[in-house]
Ligand binder design. Structure first.
Ligand SMILES: NC(=O)c1ccc[n+]([C@@H]2O[C@H](COP(=O)([O-])OP(=O)(O)OC[C@H]3O[C@@H](n4cnc5c(N)ncnc54)[C@H](OP(=O)(O)O)[C@@H]3O)[C@@H](O)[C@H]2O)c1
Length: 318
């Protein structure tokens, strides 16, 4: 595989397991915007080609290496790998696996790590979202956007204004828990949020598009509001005029979910366990947009890049 070229599906030899490693038969791998950036050589974490993309999966444990105690053969698990999850088999450290409760499907479980993990980290750990506060989320009909809406509305009891780039996407966010939807491809995001909040603005903004959309979201914050920089799907990294932070006592912060796996594993792991529990209790409902087969991986990437995707795109290995 070469950077920025179509991906190739190939048979490769299965490596031997090292101590504490687990071999998993992958059922579904989640497709993330970061996978696309990584394959273009544009992601913050660089991988030398050839590599297998894929940061997350659901699957069944096939084999355990020496000294593995967390999981056993036959357990259904979700895993977080960084790369290599878009494959029929994946080898991971036992610490990067969480068991899926019986009542949660492998499809739903595959959506949880990146999209819901990032949404949880942004809303709860970074922005300290409180009940009855108002959240604005951009790219609201996307994988992470819908996870933000689901968690904010159904777990943190907040009100959500979801912004998206088309009317069908706006209808989707309303059907999935947003109180209001705004189409930022047609009208000013800032003016629409202002009208919806009676001029007050929102308490929290979760922003994954960047460029002018980020600036509009920043200007849409209420007094002591918090904006979380999540990503730059639109391709432009915005700068922050510091006077805007001062004028309304607002805070700007970032979220980089996967770094918590190394920097604060107890937090990372407890978030994963909480998400699996919310799913088991029926509090959250992951939204899968399309399931692509492994052979269709290039179509899946283009589907997201062309802004056609809604919800989570997962790759099926079956
Ligand atoms: N920091 C972290 O740890 C972390 C973790 C996960 C995701 N992210 C970031 O969160 C954002 C959403 O990621 P996702 O995986 O959930 O993707 P996604 O929302 O499923 O897809 C990306 C969406 O971004 C919007 N978009 C705006 N301009 C775009 C452009 N020029 N090209 C493509 N899309 C554009 C589109 O929605 P509209 O048409 O509605 O605008 C598109 O559907 C990305 O910036 C991603 O890098 C960050």
């Amino acid at each position: 595989m070469q950077l920025a070229q179509p991906l190739l599906v190939q048979d490769l030899p299965a490596p031997r397991l090292q101590p504490r490693q687990v071999r998993v038969r992958v059922h579904y791998s989640g497709l993330n915007f970061a996978d696309i950036l990584a394959c273009q050589g544009l992601y913050q974490e660089k991988h030398a080609p050839p590599f297998t993309p894929g940061m997350e999966f659901s699957g069944t444990v096939m084999e355990t290496g020496e000294n593995v105690s967390a999981v056993k053969e036959g357990h259904r698990v979700i895993g977080v790998t960084g790369i290599s999850a878009m494959a029929e088999e994946c080898i991971v450290d036992e610490k990067a696996l969480w068991q899926i409760p019986d009542s949660v499907s492998s499809e739903d479980a595959a959506v949880l790590p990146v999209a819901y993990g990032t949404a949880w980290m942004a809303l709860h750990h970074r922005a300290h979202l409180q009940p009855r506060e108002t959240v604005l989320v951009t790219a609201g009909a996307g994988a992470t956007g819908l996870a933000v809406i689901d968690l904010a509305a159904n777990v943190f009891q907040a009100k959500v204004i979801a912004a998206a780039g088309s009317d069908p996407k706006c209808q989707l966010v309303l059907a999935n828990g947003a109180s209001h939807a705004v189409n930022y491809s047609q009208n000013s995001l800032r003016e629409q949020v202002k009208a919806l909040t009676g001029g007050r603005g929102v308490d929290v903004a979760i922003e994954g598009v960047g460029g002018d959309i980020f600036k509009a979201a920043l200007r849409s914050l209420a007094w002591e509001g918090r904006i979380v920089v999540m990503g730059f799907a639109g391709g432009k990294i915005p700068s922050i005029p510091a006077n805007l932070l001062l004028l309304k006592n607002v805070s700007a912060m970032g979220v980089y979910w996967s770094r918590y796996q190394q920097e604060d594993f107890p937090l990372f792991s407890s978030a994963m366990s909480s998400l699996l529990q919310y799913c088991q209790e029926g509090k959250i409902h992951p939204h899968i947009g399309t399931v692509f087969k492994l052979e269709e991986v290039n179509e899946a990437f283009n589907h997201v890049l062309r802004r056609k995707s809604t919800g989570k795109i997962i790759i099926s290995m079956k």
